[in-house]
Design a protein around this ligand. Structure first.
Ligand SMILES: [Zn+2]
Length: 196
């Protein structure tokens, strides 16, 4: 579907005609057709996200962000965080994944494995190499336990690469998230809701 067609549909259903199928457009289309809203498990690729034309919209658009209350306590630099800020379209997936982590591991193991060490999500910045915007700049990437999972810390030295953390990754992957550690053995702290 091209942008003009999307805009035409958006005008018909009465939402902002920006040519991007976001949450509102999708909901309005489903309502107009009297069908239930599909659950998105196939996230766009990084290239699609960077084009600014994916479901996640433009880079650094803070209107797309929401604050979610994590289902178990998360700590940033040792301080408990009240909420974490992510793109509204991944908010449900993040909440559900963290709830499943809590159900599977329990608080004690979560703490021992560092799964409560939150190292940031939304951040309007470029990648470490500086060539393009990071998925963090759309609020669709999260980092955990950064201290023991630096970019160039590989398996088995990265704390999140150990066997006991396998379920942690399986939970995120079931929600369509991608681990750079699991895919490329780099940046084990990082997960993102965009395909490589
Ligand atoms: Zn990251």
């Amino acid at each position: 579907m091209n942008t003009e067609t999307i805009k035409l549909i958006q005008r018909k259903v009465g939402v902002t005609a920006d040519g991007i199928i976001g949450e509102k457009t999708l909901a309005a289309i489903c309502k107009a057709l009297d069908i239930s809203q599909p659950v998105c498990t196939q996230w766009p690729t990084q290239a699609e996200v960077r084009s600014g034309k994916s479901m996640f919209g433009h880079v650094g658009c803070e209107e797309n962000l929401v604050n979610i209350v994590p289902p178990y306590p998360l700590y940033y630099d040792g301080t408990k965080v009240k909420t974490i800020r992510v793109h509204k379209l991944i908010a449900d997936a993040v909440s559900q994944a963290l709830q499943e982590v809590l159900d599977h591991y329990g608080l004690e193991s979560i703490h021992r494995l560092g799964l409560d060490q939150y190292s940031g999500s939304y951040n309007y910045r470029k990648t470490t190499s500086g060539s393009s915007y990071s998925m963090h700049a759309w609020g669709i990437a999260l980092d955990f336990a950064a201290e023991k999972n630096a970019y160039s810390t590989h398996k088995p030295h990265a704390s999140l690469s150990i066997a006991e953390c396998e379920k942690w990754w399986e939970i995120w992957e079931a929600h369509g998230a991608v681990s750079l550690g699991r895919e490329r053995d780099v940046d084990w702290m990082h997960l993102q809701f965009a395909r490589l």
